[in-house]
Write a protein that binds this ligand. Structure first.
Ligand code: AMP
Length: 477
């Protein structure tokens, strides 16, 4: 493989306005996936990228796509888009939209982000005049296709992001349906962190023969950069242990992972009770609530963001000092995803995982997958923690079930029934879920991110539509 470590963005032949935007961001050297993918994608090749978030994969597709749009300027087709990006979750869709806006800010491209749980009307109006780049979750896009409020006839480039996550969320059938709406002749960029056989099959269906293949293996490199430890502790004393961690001022901006939605609420509440500002994000929170929580976390107003795996997918926040795993995940890969929330963009980070006795097997699996022994500390039967637990107010709450879509993915592949179907049952909302995303009780939230970068959730965004950045389409044309 070519040594790409010395490559600079200026060597890649990208259009000047893109280089200017990159310079504004302070990006000089492409990451390995960017250096390897950009030239081929600029030349129009299909791409199979094996990479997870944190590798710079978003820019690896956004930059060459924007370059091609700039090279061949033409109006976006009415009720259609020139570029379609499919993302499994609304958070990731929003971040991808933001990246296109950031990198394309000098180019005058229009970007729209469409996801479920919000009103259809504004989205339909935004799409009516045509859009350059449409980022969508599969379920809501299918709704629009069925209503014929959008057509995919004008799509020149199709990006499928986080394909393995799509599989886990039951999106494979919706994706196949969407692909049928695309023109036969198109460029395809396909990203997945792992390659289970069902995903490999899908690559064969979507990609043109002989795609450029780029594989980056951040799992080990990211894992190596992160200072990790496991603490053995009784389940009921985890609250006190977490509070103790926050006594350390170095725990400045911390993501705390829980396995369940209710667990996230409870942990956030128990942090608040000991004077640590905390906010929870998960699938039962409204879009507005999530955006506000993220925005205050980014601004440093809350020290702890308590999240479930799904809610945290794709969240890209720099300078996360620590990741705490309040419970170990069922799926070993999720451990890697979780700790990857710290050590973003080359920085170092620290990760602490709590392990109760009944989680020992999960830890074993994690160590097997990551091929490492995580340094551990035994705080069981610790008198100090015992006393601290006794002194804490009750956090309340009942036993709970894990969040639906966060089901094990490894062991689940063979056994889980209906995994390729639109699984969400009426009355059960799945995050970003197919078809179910629509309408019912979705509230008054606007469907789109506005033009400001990272402009999550200033108070007014939650109310009525109309006006400036609520139009759903960002453009500086
Ligand atoms: P991604 O893998 O696309 O989620 O990107 C991970 C993070 O790296 C994001 O915060 C990007 O803004 C950042 N990033 C992407 N490309 C570069 C680059 N070439 N240099 C520095 N940071 C980058």
């Amino acid at each position: 493989m070519k040594d790409t470590s010395l490559t600079q963005f200026t060597d890649l032949g990208l259009a000047k306005p893109l280089l200017k935007a990159l310079a504004d961001e302070g990006y000089v050297n492409p990451t390995p996936i960017q250096a390897q993918a950009i030239p081929g994608v600029m030349a129009g090749r299909d791409l199979l990228g094996i990479a997870q978030t944190g590798t710079g994969k978003t820019a690896a597709f956004a930059l060459p796509i924007l370059h091609r749009l700039a090279e061949n300027r033409k109006p976006a087709p009415r009720r259609s888009a020139r570029v379609l990006v499919l993302s499994p979750t609304r958070e990731l869709a929003t971040q991808i939209g933001e990246s296109f806006k950031t990198y394309g800010k000098q180019l005058g491209v229009s970007v729209a982000v469409v996801f479920g749980g919000v009103k259809h009307g504004p989205q339909m109006r935004a799409l009516a005049g045509g859009i350059d780049v449409l980022v969508a979750t599969p379920g809501r896009l299918i709704d629009h296709l069925q209503e014929k409020s959008i057509s995919l006839d004008g799509v020149e480039t199709f990006v499928l992001d986080e394909a393995d996550q799509m599989l886990d969320m039951g999106f494979i059938v919706p994706i196949r349906r969407i692909v049928k709406f695309l023109p036969k002749q198109r460029q395809n960029l396909f990203f997945s962190a792992t390659m289970p056989s069902e995903i490999e099959k899908l690559t064969g269906e979507i990609l043109n023969p002989n795609p450029l293949k780029v594989s980056v293996t951040p799992a080990s490199t990211t894992v190596e950069r992160i200072n990790q430890r496991v603490v053995f502790v009784e389940q009921q004393r985890k609250r006190a242990l977490l509070a103790e961690l926050f006594d350390d001022a170095a725990f400045k901006r911390v993501i705390v992972f829980t396995r369940t939605k209710r667990g996230a609420d409870r942990v956030a509440k128990s942090l608040e009770q000991v004077g640590v500002e905390a906010a929870a994000i998960h699938g039962d929170k409204s879009q507005g609530q999530r955006e506000r929580a993220l925005a205050s976390f980014k601004k440093g107003e809350v020290r702890a963001l308590v999240a479930t795996d799904i809610a945290a997918r794709g969240i890209d926040i720099d300078a996360v000092s620590h990741v705490v795993q309040y419970e170990l995940p069922n799926v070993p890969e999720a451990y890697v995803h979780r700790i990857g929330r710290t050590a973003r963009a080359g920085a170092d980070g620290s990760a602490v995982a709590f392990c109760a006795d009944d989680e020992r097997n999960l830890l074993k699996d994690i160590e097997k997958v990551t091929r490492q022994r995580i340094p551990n500390f035994d705080r069981r039967n610790d008198r100090h923690l015992g006393a601290a637990t006794a002194a804490m107010p009750e956090a309340g709450g009942k036993p709970e079930r894990p969040e639906r879509a966060a089901q094990p993915h490894r062991q689940g592949h063979a056994k889980k029934p209906n995994r390729n179907h639109s699984q969400a049952k009426p009355g059960h909302r799945q995050e970003g879920g197919p078809a179910r995303e629509g309408g019912h009780g979705g509230g008054e939230r606007p469907a789109f991110k506005g033009p400001r970068r990272g402009g999550g959730g200033g108070g007014g965004r939650n109310r009525s539509s109309g006006g400036g950045n609520r139009s759903g389409v960002w453009s500086n044309r």
